[in-house]
Design a protein around this ligand. Structure first.
Ligand SMILES: Nc1ncnc2c1ncn2[C@@H]1O[C@H](COP(=O)(O)OP(=O)(O)O)[C@@H](O)[C@H]1O
Ligand SMILES: [Mg+2]
Length: 404
């Protein structure tokens, strides 16, 4: 049974442990303060793992892989050392925040916008990693820290690899921290593939989790999850999150496509797709309230303009109502007395504004009314004025004088 060290423990002459920040399959991570007052996150390897000198050496080597890129979203390692018991540790910047895993486990629901922002930041960091021929290969919500300022930080390069391909099957022992819930099928099957592809799949799986609330590869145990990863294609996002924007669903489905050739080619193309489609979506929301239409009389091409605008109104509403909101639109506030007992809240369909008549129809109606009014006036003038010296016709007189 592994036990964390107590707060106040000294690591060599320099470091005093303050509190436990977290733990993983390889280590405990503490906030520690140096003699000179500076702060660090000390990642101290589990003592039982450190008994193997090869594993202990690879712990330090893996940690320093993060330093191959200098990126604000990648937590670098600034020092290493050995505890008095001979256990290796790494010293890193302390990230004041929480893991994405913790937020998800505590029931935090992410809006599509938030999920996209996190994915975009992850992909930016991956662009830098992959450009340096480095792949994280175990990207999952436990290795993503979120700061209160909205930054994301990728940690834990235990499973990272450089240029050479690496597979679970090829590894001498499966790294225990690999999370099959976020593992692509080809990786689980042991197909030799470049790690960058696994990272992109993992971003798709993280998005999947944020949008649907569940992991892609499920199972009662870790090995069952590996089997799921190998054999069962991810369920379509649309089935689990029917309200998610269609464009986002398509991007996630593509990231998780069973065939590697059908997935995003690289981090940049996936990021650009997310940013572009989201910007289009925001633009569509912006035109939800269309402008006041120009009237036919103000424009020589009024009728055509009017019809074109009417089309715009229709499509703006169509867009505003698609995808259907979670609940039907609430009825407009009305005084109780005015609401007939049979009144039922409008559904989304019935809440749509009635289709407007065309300007041509309005013109025809106006003409009919004008002709009727003129006819009435002529008839009145022809049938004579009221007798009896009244100063003008009243409605009463007018009705009395109707011909028999
Ligand atoms: N630099 C850091 N700042 C703050 N917390 C950290 C930092 N690094 C790790 N942690 C915490 O420690 C946990 C374990 O770290 P990790 O590097 O993933 O260890 P392992 O390799 O054992 O999985 C993380 O999930 C996180 O909660
Ligand atoms: Mg970890």
């Amino acid at each position: 049974m592994r036990k964390p060290l107590d707060p106040g423990s000294m690591i060599g002459a320099s470091w005093t442990l303050k509190d436990l920040l977290g733990s993983g399959a390889t280590s405990f991570v503490y906030r520690a303060v140096r003699r000179n007052g500076s702060e660090a996150a000390l990642k101290i390897m589990h003592a039982d793992l450190a008994l193997d000198p090869v594993v202990a050496a690879s712990f330090v080597k893996q940690g320093y892989l993060a330093n191959q890129v200098r990126h604000s979203s990648v937590v670098g390692v600034f020092d290493d050392g050995v505890t008095p018991d001979g256990v290796p540790y790494l010293a890193m910047e302390v990230v004041h925040g929480t893991t994405l895993e913790h937020l998800l486990e505590s029931g935090r629901v992410f809006t599509a916008e938030e999920a996209v922002r996190i994915a975009v930041d992850l992909l930016r960091a991956l662009e830098a990693l992959h450009a340096a021929d480095l792949a994280h290969r175990n990207l999952n919500p436990r290795e993503v820290l979120l700061t209160p300022g909205g930054e994301i930080k990728i940690i834990d390069f235990d499973s990272a690899k450089g240029k050479e391909p690496f597979t679970l099957a090829a590894a001498s022992l499966p790294p225990p921290s690999l999370r099959p819930s976020y593992m692509p099928p080809d990786f689980a099957r042991g197909v030799r593939l470049a790690g960058a592809s696994a990272d992109l799949w993992a971003v798709g799986a993280i998005l999947f989790r944020m949008i649907t609330g569940r992991a892609v590869n499920t199972g009662a145990s870790e090995s069952e999850k590996v089997l799921t990863a190998m054999l069962i294609p991810p369920p379509p996002v649309r089935d689990l999150a029917p309200d998610a924007p269609r464009w986002l669903v398509e991007i996630i489905d593509r990231a998780l496509a069973p065939e590697p050739g059908e997935r995003w080619a690289d981090a940049r193309s996936m990021r650009v797709a997310l940013e572009t489609r989201q910007a289009e979506h925001v633009e569509r929301l912006r035109i939800k309230a269309p402008p006041i239409p120009p009237t036919a009389s103000h424009d020589p091409h009024g009728l055509e303009l009017g019809e074109a605008w009417e089309g715009a109104w229709e499509s703006a509403w169509d867009r505003a109502l698609r995808p259907a909101p979670r609940a039907p639109c609430p009825p407009p506030p009305r005084p109780e007395a005015l609401v007939p007992p049979s009144w039922v809240p409008p559904t989304v369909e019935s809440a749509r504004p009635a289709r407007r008549g065309s300007p041509r129809l309005y013109a025809a109606l106006a003409l009919i009314v004008a002709v009727a009014a003129l006819g009435g006036l002529l008839w009145y003038l022809r049938t004579g004025r009221p007798r009896g010296g009244t100063s003008g016709p009243t409605l009463h007189v007018f009705l009395l004088e109707l011909p028999a």
